[in-house]
Write a protein that binds this ligand. Structure first.
Ligand code: PEP
Ligand code: MN
Length: 354
């Protein structure tokens, strides 16, 4: 799959691609106010959910096809490209008739190969932009497989959208980024446009700016950001939507840093290093979590926190293993001692617990 095309002719490789708009279309007034703000922020591609896949029944499930009349007005007044989410061939056909410029496939749909295949079949012979969000689980094969199904229907103007992954554990984010997953997708499909959706990753508007810069620094081609004229009254995803003024501020502050052309190898090495470092951080966080649980257990059973013999055994084994893998014994001694010290501190010092 090396003949992907840009989403739209105006999407270049020398600046970021921005898509913005509300989570859901709610009314014509709301859409026009959002569109005015999005256009003012210099964004040319407008998103709005018409049918919303909600976790629980009874939540707002979108206004349905009436929204296309309002979106038509958005296009007439502001000339924006229109994108909406489709989950079935019926959605797709309705959206196509309404003249949208592109569709995105949501995380829950990407998870289901039957649903994707039905949409792919309905896309045969259609020339439209298709964005595929990552599946809810961090499964790069499932994401790549969905992209391939759409590709095989003849679609070339495509993008993958990273929106984070569901996690059972308490997390800082609504959907954990697991950056190594989009990095691996990029390695497999370097010609595919790769976008990030900081709104659904963060779940909170105060996280959007940092996540956006991080995505650009990691080599993403652009961003999809949820923007609502009055976010607090939004019928879905209220906490993560930004106002138009906020959108303008965020985009204005973003830096588009790129290594010079011809330096793709260096960029790939760096992305790889970043993804390894990220895994190291995630593992350290996981290790500290286990250490705290051990701490609770030891307290309950009146055991001392430090069991010197156990640490010495672990260190000797790690050093021997490191040596056999060509890693410096001294280095591993320093790292493991530091990790152990921190684990002990976490077990002793209750005030560190969050
Ligand atoms: C959305 O973009 O509003 C949406 C529902 O996204 P996701 O499929 O990423 O949850
Ligand atoms: Mn949303």
């Amino acid at each position: 799959m090396t003949d992907f095309k840009p989403l739209f002719e105006e999407c270049s490789t020398t600046s970021a691609i921005y898509i913005a708009g509300p989570c859901s279309a709610e009314s014509q007034e709301q859409l026009l106010a959002a569109a005015e703000g999005v256009a003012r922020a210099g964004v040319g591609i407008f998103r709005a959910g018409v049918w919303k896949p909600r976790t629980r029944p009874g939540s707002f499930e979108g206004v349905g096809s009436i929204a296309f009349e309002w979106l038509g007005e958005v296009k007439r007044q502001y000339g924006l490209r229109l994108l909406t989410e489709v989950a079935t061939p019926e959605h797709l056909n309705t959206a196509l008739k309404a003249g949208v410029d592109g569709v995105w496939i949501g995380a829950r749909t990407t998870t289901n190969p039957f649903a994707i295949q039905e949409i792919a079949d309905a896309l045969r012979g259609v020339d439209i932009a298709v964005l595929v969000k990552n599946p809810v689980s961090p499964d790069v094969d499932l994401w790549a497989g969905s992209i391939e199904r759409i590709y095989r229907s003849g679609i070339r103007r495509m993008a993958a959208v990273h929106r984070g992954f569901t996690t059972y554990d308490m997390s800082h984010y609504r959907n954990t980024p697991h950056w190594s997953v989009p990095t691996e997708l990029h390695r497999r499909m370097p010609d595919l446009t790769l976008l990030s959706d900081p709104s659904h990753i963060g779940g909170r508007r105060d996280l959007i700016a940092t996540l956006s810069q991080e995505a650009l620094d990691r080599g993403f081609d652009g961003l999809m950001i949820e923007c609502h004229p009055t976010p607090d009254t939004a019928l879905s995803d209220a906490a993560q939507q930004v106002t138009p003024d906020n959108l303008q501020e965020i985009i204005g502050a973003l830096m588009w840093r790129r290594t010079p052309v011809g330096n793709d190898a260096l960029r790939d090495f760096r992305l790889h290093i970043d993804s390894i470092d990220n895994r190291i951080l995630e593992l350290l966080a996981e290790r500290m979590e286990v250490a705290r649980n051990i701490g609770d257990y030891k307290k309950l059973h009146s055991m001392a926190v430090v069991q010197r013999d156990r640490f010495n055994e672990m260190l000797t084994a790690a050093e021997a293993r490191a040596e056999s893998m060509g890693v410096s014994k001294r280095f591993i001694h320093r790292i493991f001692t530091a990790i152990h010290d921190e684990s002990v501190r976490q077990q002793i010092d209750d005030t560190e617990r969050k």
